[in-house]
Design a protein. Structure first.
Lengths: 153, 734
């Protein structure tokens, strides 16, 4: 089926089976590979994108469900929160293998867009759906605080 | 699959058989995993538009300098997250006197003659050896390159080389006022004769080593441009999924692909050595077609036992003496005379590596041979497997090592399992198209190669003064060396990797016996971040703790007194104790546990602080870690590896386990196999011992002490000694 939706601010139409997960559409049809495959069942968060501004596990939403909606991937995410997150991730050298970090950053950006000064508990709630097998969690937490501080400043 | 490797050993033209013998002779303790990190093949280098074409000059096998002034370090190791793509360039930048901003890296091709791990004799990454084995090699390569730059400048400027200085990426002659960048001199430098013995800096001259340098892979890993194997595209490429037998050792009896082949986007369905491959235009089409396959499996050679049965069988084996791994004095007699003897029996489950990027590989057959793109952790072994399956000479196989989304040992597979599959599929379709094999998460969890299960029986005694007298540690586990090129490392029934950290018990005890039973289990296992140390550090450090407590002595002081001959153990233990405030009482409701352990020639002590709420739920409040890994090349990378090892270790301690029910894996995705998440990650403080010893690894050594430190903290809080992991299982069983 043909599905039209916005990706990183541009209208795109894809011809794909309606049940094909959004993740594989952005990766295979649109060549946007920052969003990663990790589990396929919305348990790890490596595939996190923004759907109408909300963090969403793209591996578990069929492309038919995003018709007419706004999808943002790490390649296209912009704005003060996104820039603060990227800057903090680099400043603190959060990454190790890096595979989960696109999803981490998308979740962190959505958190800061809704809550510019999150507490540790807020971070736990917003980020507990994103697994990092390298366990970079201490730096993820610090980077979110760092990004929040830079937004405030 | 061993037959592939054996066949290639016999027939391949460029196989370095001696290399295998070296690995074998060295034993397993020297050959182990790494851990998790990665970076872009040509890291973060943006093409310059409308500029002079960049030319690159190879000063030697490890150092390339571009006319754009980029210094590219050829990294022979896989970066799976552990940071070698930053650490190895640091060594080069130091001896080259480069500026950090000009440093880049790329992964080396598969070529053991040039890029062998000097500890293994073959190309591969593991055992936390990447930095240690590269240390002198890269210092010499960089110092030689520096000398060639100086010689090129001297020739150009007609001045004595001795009057030329190099600093911050610039070559200068003060008297004449001549200056040049590396990029300007690179082409001429490449024609200079390298010095036979390049002069190296003394440690006090280091300016980059030990400095807080940013990682070279942070930029590409935070803007989506870092490419992993799963991100690769090749012209005409198709996506393949495998259907593996549900039980280990089972084979395909028959299959019906009619429905699958009729589905949209499906290209081929092929039976290959390890199962049935479905090839399609996209992942989703392949997955749906795979779900539509009907396969009958032959279970006649399958492992049908459940994990509970395997553990029962291990327990039965523990009743008799195993092969001796250490026999000092007479432990039986010593224990018979002891004033008190303690005994504990420890159970450890299978653990999955659960890398965030599942196993994946791109294979392309052409008239020129076979190209493979994957996060290879054992290039030389994979190279032979590929050549054999593809039926092409070794010289026509090219491995393009990619960033790996984690490994922890998983991508160093003696039979190259998933790489063999990808090449088998490409071969089965006669190279009609490049194949990208992607394992689903379920394939990955059910695909074996787990950290082996273990059952340990430990007894130890003290005399009237509380000093330890007699120590017996019996290990029952499974060897993953059996049936691999590394089988020769099993000597007199002892696989050194099974007893590492037990046989080397550092405490001053005269009578020590460590023995080993190797069980035959049909579940494939593998090195998992820190390998045997994950078992043995837990047992040894819980036992010594219980001896201290039985003796009524302070656990840190007790260990310090028994480590007089092990100053580096003492050093980290003392530092961790100081930084944690061990000598002062913890806050109300906080309990501390300590452990110290050496693995892969690095020394780590950890003090864990926990609390237990009224529901009995454990919370890890803080971990203080001290590490001695010799010269600290990148202190922040070292801290990151300690933080990561501790986080991974806490997850394993709390909840991780792979079970089989009648031979079928129970935990097939992250809803059942549950690594640590952010809400359970404690603050971790890492303190690095100042040292001028040669650098050693940090990928693995941060992990082993955390389980005993937590166990000892729980004992301090409750008196209960946890002897079965994960903790969740222990609590459930009451």
């Amino acid at each position: 089926m043909k599905v039209t939706f916005s990706v990183n601010g541009e209208s795109r139409t894809v011809d794909a089976p309606g049940d094909k997960p959004l993740l594989w559409v952005v990766r295979e049809e649109l060549g946007l590979t920052a969003s990663k495959f990790g589990c396929g069942i919305a348990q790890c968060g490596a595939c996190t994108v923004h759907l109408d501004g909300q963090p969403t596990r793209s591996c578990s939403i069929p492309v038919s469900a995003v018709a007419g909606r706004d999808v943002t991937t790490l390649e296209g995410v912009s704005g003060a929160a996104a820039e603060a997150v990227r800057g903090a991730w680099r400043k603190l050298d959060v990454v190790q293998c890096g595979y989960c970090q696109s999803g981490q950053m998308m979740s962190a950006t959505a958190l800061l867009e809704n809550n510019p000064a999150p507490s540790d508990a807020d971070i736990d709630t917003a980020m507990a759906g994103n697994l990092c097998r390298c366990a970079t969690y201490q730096r993820i937490r610090a980077a979110i605080h760092e990004a929040a501080d830079s937004l405030e400043g | 699959m061993m037959k592939f490797i054996n066949a290639s050993l016999a027939s391949a033209p460029r196989v370095n058989r001696r290399s295998f013998l070296k690995v074998t002779a060295m034993g397993s303790a020297g050959f182990m995993i790494g851990c998790g990190e990665s970076a872009a093949p040509v890291a973060d280098t943006a093409p310059v538009a409308d500029a002079e074409p960049v030319t690159s000059s190879e000063l030697n096998a490890f150092v390339k300098i571009g006319s754009d002034n980029h210094v590219t370090v050829v990294v022979k190791h896989l970066d799976m997250g552990q940071g070698v793509s930053t650490g190895l360039p640091t060594i080069v930048a130091e001896e080259l006197d480069a500026d950090w901003s000009q440093m880049h890296y790329e992964f080396a091709p598969s070529d053991p003659a040039v890029y062998a791990n000097t500890f293994f004799g073959i190309q591969g990454t593991g055992g936390s050896t990447a930095t240690a084995n590269s240390w002198m090699q890269l210092r010499n390569a960089a110092a030689a390159a520096r000398s060639m730059l100086v010689d090129a400048a001297a020739a150009d400027w007609q001045v004595p080389a001795a009057e030329i200085s190099v600093a911050g990426g610039e070559v200068a002659h003060t008297a004449s006022g001549n200056r040049a960048s590396f990029g300007e001199l690179a082409a001429a430098a490449a024609t200079m004769t390298p010095p036979e013995t390049p002069s190296l800096k003394s440690p006090e001259q280091f300016t980059l080593i030990g400095a807080p340098l940013p990682r070279l892979d942070s930029a590409s890993k935070t803007d989506g441009s870092a490419n992993y194997t799963i991100d690769l595209e090749r012209p005409g490429m198709k996506v393949a999924l495998m259907t593996h037998p549900p039980r280990f050792g089972a084979t395909v009896k028959s299959f019906d692909a009619e429905k699958a082949l009729a589905m949209d986007g499906v290209v081929d369905v092929k039976a290959v050595e390890r199962g049935v491959a479905v090839v399609a235009e996209s992942f989703w089409a392949a997955k749906k077609a795979r779900d539509a396959l009907t396969i009958e499996w032959d279970n006649s050679a399958a492992e049908m036992r459940g994990s509970d049965q395997i553990m029962s069988d291990f327990k039965a084996m523990a009743d008799t003496q195993g092969a001796l791994a250490r026999a000092d004095g007479d432990s039986g007699a010593a224990l018979a005379k002891a004033s008190q003897v303690i005994e504990y029996r420890f159970e450890l489950p299978f653990l999955a590596h659960a890398t965030m990027e599942t196993m994946d590989c791109v294979a392309e057959l052409s008239e020129d041979g076979c190209d493979v793109w994957t996060g290879s952790q054992l290039q030389t072994v994979d190279h032979q497997t590929i050549a054999t399956i593809a039926g092409v000479p070794m010289g026509n196989v090219r491995i393009h090592t990619q960033l790996a989304g984690g490994s922890f040992g998983r991508r160093a597979v003696p039979d190259s399992d998933y790489i063999a599959e990808a090449v088998s599929i490409a071969k089965a379709v006669d190279g009609a198209y490049p194949v990208k094999l992607i394992w689903t998460r379920e394939d990955d969890f059910a695909g074996g190669r787990y950290r082996p299960m273990g059952y340990h029986v430990a007894r130890a005694g003290i005399d009237e003064a509380g000093n330890p007298v007699g120590w017996e540690h019996r290990v029952v586990t499974q060897s993953f060396m059996v049936g691999t090129p590394f089988e020769g490392s099993i000597q007199n029934g002892v696989d050194a990797s099974s007893v590492e950290g037990a046989a080397q018990l550092p405490y001053a005890i005269d009578d020590v016996t460590v023995d080993l039973h190797l069980a035959r289990v049909g579940v494939p296992t593998l090195w998992w971040r820190s390998v045997g140390h994950t078992h043995n550090a837990w047992v040894a450090e819980v036992m010594i703790e219980q001896l201290a407590r039985t003796a009524g002595q302070d656990p840190v002081e007790y260990r310090m007194n028994l480590l007089a001959d092990h100053p580096r153990h003492q050093g980290v233990l003392k530092l961790a104790a100081e930084k944690a405030g061990w000598s002062t009482e913890p806050a109300e409701g906080i309990y501390r546990g300590v452990a110290v352990h050496e693995s892969f020639s690095s020394y780590v002590a950890q003090i864990a602080e926990i609390s237990i709420d009224s529901n009995g739920d454990l919370s890890v409040e803080r971990v203080v870690c001290a590490v001695d890994c010799g010269v600290a090349i990148n202190p922040d990378v070292i801290r990151a590896q300690m933080e990561g090892g501790i986080g991974m270790g806490i997850g394993a301690f709390l909840r991780e386990a792979v079970h089989m029910d009648d031979g079928i894996v129970r935990e097939q995705n992250f809803h059942l196999y549950r690594p640590l998440r952010i809400n359970e990650m404690p603050p971790v403080e890492v303190h690095i011992v100042d040292s001028s010893e040669p650098p050693t690894g940090v990928g693995e050594p941060g992990l082993p002490p955390i389980a005993p430190a937590l166990t000892n903290a729980i004992a301090a809080a409750t008196g209960q000694v946890i002897t079965k992991l994960p903790l969740a299982a222990q609590l459930k069983s009451g």
